[in-house]
Write a protein that binds this ligand. Structure first.
Ligand code: TYD
Length: 134
């Protein structure tokens, strides 16, 4: 079965002192965490992450601010508009995605199933479409 992207509602511990959310490998997300990275200080109007990964599965959490994540499977596009830190978008390998419409000071956390490997990227959209047709 083909895996699809999905919105994950993360645990949220409400407290009068403030809220707390968390993510565990193979529990709230269907992979072992190998790396985290974050995207910040994005100038207005910029897009990030226009590419696909052959192996990397990931969860993107908007810790602060807001942005849109657009996921493309070779045929259809889905847009997730995120502005709460207790939601994450799970993106399995093999999907094209980009992030856009960043509000000022947005902080986006990416939790990845792999360490960094440039050869895991497909950075050209036409190459991606051809890869999906194989
Ligand atoms: P890239 O993933 O292309 O950024 P975005 O998806 O937001 O457009 O990464 C930008 C640069 O940073 C690229 O040269 C690769 C490098 N990089 C690392 O060295 N390690 C990492 O873990 C990541 C995510 C990127």
């Amino acid at each position: 079965m083909k895996e699809i992207s999905k919105l994950i509602n993360l645990p949220k511990i409400l407290d009068s002192r403030g809220n707390l959310s968390f993510i565990e490998s193979n529990n709230h997300i269907p992979f072992e965490i190998k790396r985290t990275y974050w995207i910040y200080d994005v100038p207005g109007g910029e897009k990030r992450g226009g590419h696909a990964f052959k192996e990397q599965k990931e969860l993107i959490v908007v810790l602060s601010g807001s942005l849109d994540i657009v996921v493309f499977d070779g045929e259809e596009e889905i847009k997730y508009s995120l502005n709460r830190s207790y939601y994450g978008v799970y993106i399995p390998n093999g999907l094209w995605r980009h992030m856009e419409n960043f509000a000022t000071n947005t902080l986006a956390l990416v939790i990845s199933s792999t360490t960094f490997n440039e050869s895991d990227y497909i950075r050209d959209k036409e190459t991606y479409k051809a890869y999906k047709k194989k």
